[in-house]
Design a protein around this ligand. Structure first.
Ligand SMILES: [Fe+2]
Length: 173
């Protein structure tokens, strides 16, 4: 399943539970800002722990470079989580903080745990940043008319993920 379909499926699944939480799709079935933001928060949370994994558990000749670079990056991701959560609150939603919700809504799989080689982890993190960048580009198109403020926020964040993906890839050359 590609990520757009997955996000749509998550939106639909969540919509079926609307009585117990915020509405995640509008009357036309389109993704709402709160749905997009909760998927973003869950996905960045997943990426944060992939980044921690590389920081703590990577091995090999590039360990020190990866260790130092991931330290800067997890600070960026924590800032992003805060920004996204506060946008959720500004829209009258509640920011997800439980592991079950975060892992079910993330577009990223927990497929990093058996990778320890620093270069392979750099590739894995580059791919994950690209995945989130592409997901945000989809959100921007979907939200541009009904919530340009959130769409604009995703534009800035997509640029950051694109830049970090490039930097991880450059470390491998
Ligand atoms: Fe550390």
């Amino acid at each position: 399943m590609d990520q757009n379909n997955q996000a749509q499926k998550q939106s639909q699944n969540s919509s079926s539970m609307a009585a117990n939480g915020p509405m995640l799709a509008n009357r036309n079935g389109n993704l709402t800002s709160l749905a997009a933001l909760s998927i973003a928060m869950a996905s960045v949370h997943g990426l944060l722990f992939k980044t921690f994994h590389a920081h703590w558990n990577s091995k090999g000749s590039c360990f020190l470079a990866v260790h130092e670079f991931t330290k800067k990056n997890y600070a960026i991701l924590i800032e992003e989580l805060d920004l996204v959560a506060e946008r959720i609150r500004a829209l009258d939603g509640m920011a997800p903080t439980d592991h079950a919700t975060l892992s079910s809504k993330s577009i990223l799989k927990e497929d990093h745990v058996d990778i320890y080689d620093a270069l392979k982890l750099s590739r894995h993190l580059a791919d994950s940043h690209h995945d989130i960048e592409r997901q945000y580009q989809t959100f921007i198109k979907q939200l541009d008319d009904e919530d340009p403020v959130t769409a604009d926020m995703f534009t800035g964040l997509a640029k950051t993920h694109g830049k970090l993906a490039w930097m991880y890839k450059a470390m491998m050359d």
